[in-house]
Design a protein around this ligand. Sequence first.
Ligand code: BGC
Length: 528
Amino acid sequence: MAGGGLAVASAGGQQFEAKITPIVVISCIMAATGGLMFGYDVGVSGGVTSMPDFLKKFFPVVYRKSNETGIESNYCQYDNQGLQLFTSSLYLAGLIATFAASYTTRRLGRKLTMLIAGFFFIVGVVLNTAAEDLAMLIIGRILLGCGVGFANQAVPLFLSEIAPTRIRGGLNILFQLNVTIGILFASLVNYRTAKIEAGWGWRLSLGLAGIPAGLLTVGAIFVLDTPNSLIERGHIEEGKAVLRRIRGTDNIEPEFQELLEASRIAKEVKHPFRNLMMRKNRPQLVIAVAMQVFQQFTGINAIMFYAPVLFKTVGFGDDASLYSAVIIGAVNVVSTLVSIYTVDKIGRRILLLEAGVQMFLSQVIIAIVLGLKVKDHSEDLGHGYSIFVVIMVCTFVSSFAWSWGPLGWLIPSETFPLETRSAGQSVTVCTNFLFTFVIGQAFLSMLCQFKYGIFLFFSGWVLIMSIFTLFLIPETKNIPIEEMTERVWKQHWYWKRYMDDDHHDAEAGVWNKVRPADGNGSDPASQL
Ligand code: BGC
């Protein structure tokens, strides 16, 4: 690597010449505000649903239950499908929007897709803030969900494509950093607005989502589209000019050629989703889907969505519950910084594996403490144990924040080849939202059924995902994005069997697999 922020040939193979130019940094910061909006939506609902005035207006049944003592188990106070739907409807909408977002990302570009997201966000925020009945509230959440669907599709791709290889991980994690800042901002807002006696605090909480929404919209107007996307859409010269600007050098020919080649292959693909199902894309697909399922089954959103409610369940007061959510939010942000710093140095696998151990232990300890100390009808956990539980939740959240949080988004966005990248990203986002929806919709009911055992349930999943990581997630640190097939998948002990050479039959518009002369022959059926 040369000095002055320039990277040239690296020992492991090709590294294109690239400076870390201001335009890359500014574009990334702007685009990453999409994460801010996502995070705000994640963080705001938990606090709002624990506010008595909000409950009284929209969920009077829950309000009554949470004020009665001794009638129902502590663990079941908030078990209400409507209340859970307020949180989870956003992800269901996001899931559906993702399919449209895949189209726009590919056909209209990353930039325009971000702008569409901003538009949805703004309308959603207005409806939520003005909500007079449950319908308005839920429709607002649905529009926000559409925004999140478009933003989470376009932003991670944008970041992975625009970043120079050697800091791709770090820049991509800006998205997740903004998610965590959004969550923290929401919990701070909730903490303050809950104190507004006049009863409209929840409106302010929902309304302040307008800030990240506005930032994303303005940011999307100003960013340049990625060279990958411009070239893919036929704007070759513009793509080349943008590449030169963002890399800060005239020596862009090797990278430009690689982008042209990736785009040529991408153009031959008529059906991106069908292509995604092909055998040679199986490793990326399996990993992307598994990482999303696993990310959600760490149980992170049980905490992010419902921390205030959870803390009230185990006996914290109103203020202490919201205050603890703020502490957890802050730990989340700081730990994400750890990830930005380390991901391109020590790599993705070590972060995932270390976090597996830390998350497992924290959850088992939380389960034991709650199991021993929180009885169905007892009043509270006691001061010492409360602090201890908050500390354990923080150790859990911190390890998630430097591993599955950012890497769940980074690894899929950097491993799909260009021809399936957009489709691959939609499947990633969809799966994430599907399982976020499941957790959002089920957690309070699961808490009621499993009680403290819910944390043992999540720790079991952590064990499974750590074993998966150990054997099946390859290291992608410092590998140029268009070279993953050669340098990662074809070298992996297991996934290499899916990497038989393919050639494309352009006329038929289908892919044919040519197996090496190993006597296996070609089995067209196995391609799908
Ligand atoms: C996840 C969200 C989660 C957040 C917490 C993200 O990576 O996708 O579901 O709420 O991390 O920081």
